[in-house]
Ligand binder design. Structure first.
Ligand code: ZN
Ligand code: ZN
Length: 180
């Protein structure tokens, strides 16, 4: 049974009908119970592509998605490519991007009604055998950072679909990010 990546465990409601052994499908739900969010992305938005893009700032690349609860205003970090998934979790030392300041964020607006309130569904691929192909993963100091207990943190692919809370406009592949 697939589990939520650790950083999403408290803010997701697993979709039992769509989730599988190696796929975690869930709605984003705030700890207060609300599922309407102001979505924010790193400040590079190529309008013609109609979806958040990797942002290049001073030669460094960022891909960050945040969600602020519309009811209690709590901020949630949904995905940061420097911290989550295989590359972010396992290879971050190699790329070293964590040392850079996180990029400024901008609010996502619906292309139909210009509203900024959305619900978000996550579909995260996490094949245990691929992730633990060479056994548990350790860091440079020999500490185990990925094993059977938390292999889902090294997920290989994350997709997000969003629905506008005001007009119902649905974007099925708002984010599709391969982390491996
Ligand atoms: Zn809330
Ligand atoms: Zn809308």
């Amino acid at each position: 049974m697939s589990k939520a990546p650790t950083h999403l465990a408290d803010i997701t409601k697993r979709d039992e009908s769509l989730s599988t052994e190696d796929k975690f499908v869930a709605d984003l739900v705030c700890t207060c119970g609300n599922s309407d969010f102001e979505l924010q992305h790193a400040a590079c938005n190529l309008e013609e592509l109609g979806a958040p893009q990797t942002a290049e700032i001073d030669g460094n690349f960022f891909f960050v998605i945040k969600a602020q609860c519309k009811v209690c205003r709590k901020d949630h970090l949904v995905f940061d490519a420097d911290y989550h998934g295989w590359d972010g979790f396992v290879c971050y030392r190699e790329y070293g991007n964590r040392k850079h300041l996180r990029p400024p964020m901008v609010s996502w607006t619906c292309p139909e009604c210009k509203g900024n309130c959305h619900s978000l569904k996550l579909d995260i691929s996490m094949d245990r055998e691929t992730i633990l192909d060479d056994g548990p993963v350790d860091d440079d100091d020999g500490n185990i950072i990925l094993n059977e207990e938390n292999y889902q943190d090294g997920f290989d692919w994350i997709t997000m679909s969003i629905t506008c809370s005001s007009c119902g406009h649905h974007h099925d592949s708002w984010v599709g990010y391969e982390t491996m």
